[in-house]
Design a binder for this molecule. Structure first.
Ligand code: PLP
Length: 363
């Protein structure tokens, strides 16, 4: 977590512990803290405070947007094939349509237009702002144009969970009806999500009960987490441009450093199509799982874009949708840089990754 966020939330874990829904003065103070956090979040996102709904995580925000739209409006949901499972699995579960992606993992606009033109009853279209595995940035203005033209009554949702650190969301919010965020992706507490619902209630709530969050999301609010989320979002908004400038050469140096010492290291997405903090490569002749084990031993925390399903290494659905061959996709290595990353970290990562790959290839 960002230190500023930890500091801001501490009082709400101790002396300001009151339930924000109560009527006494302590509760009113907690409620005021949530109101101020809502104002702060709204100003970074470029929306009205009343359009900000605090939820329990990014997954919940995504589920609420899609299931809530289909529940309220009937009809189908449509999404891209590179969405996070928090979107993709809901769309598939509800019998919706999945649209293909290009080599960078961003939605194919022509295919989206064809699907929307052939489908009279679209409740919601969901297209992510930044891909969580490979870091590619979607041109949401272009997506919005296609959606408004072919399905003018459909809602447009974006999963912006991976975008908050890298994009000025004030430019994204006006393009969409619904937007999901997750606090721990920008230095807040885990277990706090945000759903922006523009222009008043558009969808059914997912969680009903006590009527908190103006009936949009019942359940006692996580006051400390909400306060931390607002502070973390404000920090990352303030530092975003400088951080992107600082980290872009570092992520490029990481990939180039690996490529200069190893054959068969393919950069998955071209630097000009992705966010500065993403360094994703596919390494020929290795399997991610074995590589991650060696990296972990060398104190490098990275991840693979593949999940282990029923004992067999299954390449990630994102890489498969991008058309990357299975034998290359199983060697995916997803490395992320953020505000604590330094130049020294990049050198150390290269020092550990290169011998690990050589060792696996010599087996
Ligand atoms: N959407 C994207 C793009 C993500 O990267 C993630 C988390 O990694 C989520 C949704 C889910 O967020 P949460 O873990 O807060 O439920």
């Amino acid at each position: 977590m960002r230190p500023e966020a930890i500091e801001a939330m501490m009082p709400y874990l101790a002396e300001q512990y009151a339930n924000p829904s109560g009527s006494h003065r302590f509760a009113r103070r907690a409620r005021q803290a949530i109101d101020e956090a809502r104002d702060g979040v709204a100003s970074v996102l470029g929306c009205q405070p009343g359009e900000v709904v605090f939820t329990g995580c990014g997954t919940e925000s995504d589920n609420m947007a899609i299931a809530g739209a289909v529940s309220r409006r009937g009809g189908h949901a449509v999404c891209s094939g590179a969405e996070h499972p928090a979107v993709l699995e809901v769309v598939e579960h509800l019998g919706g349509r999945v649209v293909g992606v290009d080599v960078a993992g961003t939605v194919e606009l022509d295919e989206l237009a064809d699907v929307l033109a052939s489908e009279p009853d679209v409740a919601i279209v969901s297209v992510m702002a930044v891909n969580n595995e490979v870091g590619s940035i979607t041109d949401l203005a272009a997506v919005a144009k296609v959606v408004r033209r072919h399905s003018p009554s459909a809602l447009l949702h974006t999963d912006a969970v991976q975008a908050a650190c890298w994009l000025d969301l004030r430019q994204v919010t006006p393009l969409v009806d619904l937007m999901s965020l997750s606090a721990h992706k920008f230095g807040g507490l885990k277990g706090v999500g945000i759903l922006v619902e523009r222009g008043g209630p558009q969808i059914d709530p997912l969680i009903i009960g006590g009527g908190q969050e103006r009936e949009r999301r019942s359940g006692t609010q996580n006051t400390a987490g909400i306060v931390a989320a607002a502070v973390a979002l404000e920090c990352s908004d303030r530092e975003r441009d400088a951080e992107a400038l600082r980290l872009r050469p570092l992520s490029e140096a990481l990939v180039l450093g690996l490529q200069s010492q190893l054959d068969g290291v393919i950069e998955t997405v071209a630097p000009d199509r992705k966010v500065a903090g993403s360094a994703h490569v596919c390494i020929a002749g290795v399997e991610s799982e074995a590589l991650l084990y060696l990296l972990d031993e060398g104190n490098i925390a990275a991840s693979a874009a593949s999940a282990c399903a029923s004992g067999a290494m299954e390449p990630s659905h994102v890489l498969a949708a991008m058309g990357i061959q299975r034998d290359l996709a199983v060697g995916a290595l997803r490395m992320s840089l953020g505000y604590p990353t330094t130049e020294a970290d990049i050198g150390r990562a290269i020092e550990v990754i290169v011998p690990a790959v050589r060792r696996l290839r010599s087996r």
